[in-house]
Ligand binder design. Sequence first.
Ligand code: GSH
Length: 202
Amino acid sequence: MTRPRLTYFDAPVSRGEECRLALHLAGIDFEDKRISQAEWPALKEQMPFGALPVLELPGHPPLAQTNPILLLIGRRHGLHPTDDFEAARHEAMMQHVEELRHNVTPTIRMGDVEKKAAREALVAGFLPAWGKNAERNLGSAGPFFAGAKIHVVDLKLHMAVRWFIGGKVDHIPATIFASFPKLMGVHDAVRDHAGVKSWYAK
Ligand SMILES: N[C@@H](CCC(=O)N[C@@H](CS)C(=O)NCC(=O)O)C(=O)O
């Protein structure tokens, strides 16, 4: 292996996509290894924690867990704060996005009846509370989490909002976060960022 390799499922979503965006914004020439669901069972046991994404850097063992991957890229390439307290504040928000995933992802594999009930419960409680807590931790400067400059935390917030606003998650309205203008503002600012646009123009 002569260049970094990111392995994730063949979809522009979630944990893998935010790592791809971070690598692209960092200006890293990386191998974007996309695997099918059919390939996954044979690969799963070879991964450090049996899950994706996994980042491989020449000269190092494979690195798993999304936030540590993002933090490594961010620290090395100016996409994460150097001030340790400010960095921790970003990391808290990154963990908040992971908590969203931990609450919503289990519903994906549920049968229709159970899924509907579980998602309606999320819409009634967890999701608006999640949005409110995200909003409370966003500064007024904008458009990004820490003002004018994009960081890896913004990529996670963008992916979190993007998950729902297409209206394709059954039983969760596309407007679920519409009443949180700062959160929506981060989503829009990442979408409109020149580096992000250049990734999707590839
Ligand atoms: N804590 C891990 C969670 C990784 C995770 O659950 N990844 C999902 C895809 S987003 C996965 O690999 N699912 C397949 C499986 O667990 O078998 C992280 O932050 O990277």
